[in-house]
Ligand binder design. Structure first.
Ligand SMILES: [Ca+2]
Ligand SMILES: [Ca+2]
Ligand SMILES: [Ca+2]
Ligand SMILES: [Ca+2]
Length: 166
């Protein structure tokens, strides 16, 4: 009786070719799905890590600039200094006070030790009058960190205002 029962589930014909092919197809779909997910995870991790590193470099540069004496944080090429005489927030002689400048046009630049990140910073004086004061002692600071993310250039941009204190 026990043997009879067992025979119902037992088939000694082995796998048919169709069954074997179906198994291969199902297995292949699984493998492709696995690697597709794996690739997406790796890409996501790489993007996240690039973003984190860029933000860290940007924050580090901001801290260095903030640690400097107010007068030493300089709009070296003068494309953003004293160019908003009417305080309307619009660059009097065009441009964006040079704040978006990269490459040699930036007020300062540095490259990370691994060469993967390039940092630019720009300074503009007198963008905004200090509230309640006829004079302006504010500098706008923009730090731009560029990186290559799988063939695309990605930027992290930090904006700061520093105010002279007496
Ligand atoms: Ca400048
Ligand atoms: Ca203006
Ligand atoms: Ca300008
Ligand atoms: Ca410039």
């Amino acid at each position: 009786m026990e043997i009879e029962k067992a025979k119902i589930f037992y088939n000694d014909d082995g796998f048919t070719l169709i069954e074997a092919l179906m198994a291969v197809v199902v297995f292949s779909i699984g493998i492709v799905a696995f690697f597709t997910i794996q690739a997406a995870v790796i890409k996501g991790n790489s993007t996240a890590s690039g973003l984190t590193t860029s933000s860290t470099w940007a924050a580090d540069r901001v801290e260095r600039l903030l640690a400097m004496d107010y007068d030493l944080v300089d709009d070296t090429d003068n494309d953003g200094t004293d160019q908003d005489s009417d305080f309307d927030g619009v660059d009097d002689d065009g441009g964006d006070f040079g704040l978006d400048d990269t490459g040699a046009a930036a007020d300062g630049n540095a490259v990370s030790p691994d060469g993967q990140y390039t940092i630019f910073w720009n300074v503009a004086d007198c963008l905004t009058p200090v509230p309640g004061s006829s004079e302006s002692y504010v500098k706008a600071l923009r730090v731009i960190v560029q990186r290559n993310d799988l063939g695309f250039q990605k930027n992290v941009v930090l904006n700061y205002h520093i105010q002279k204190t007496f």
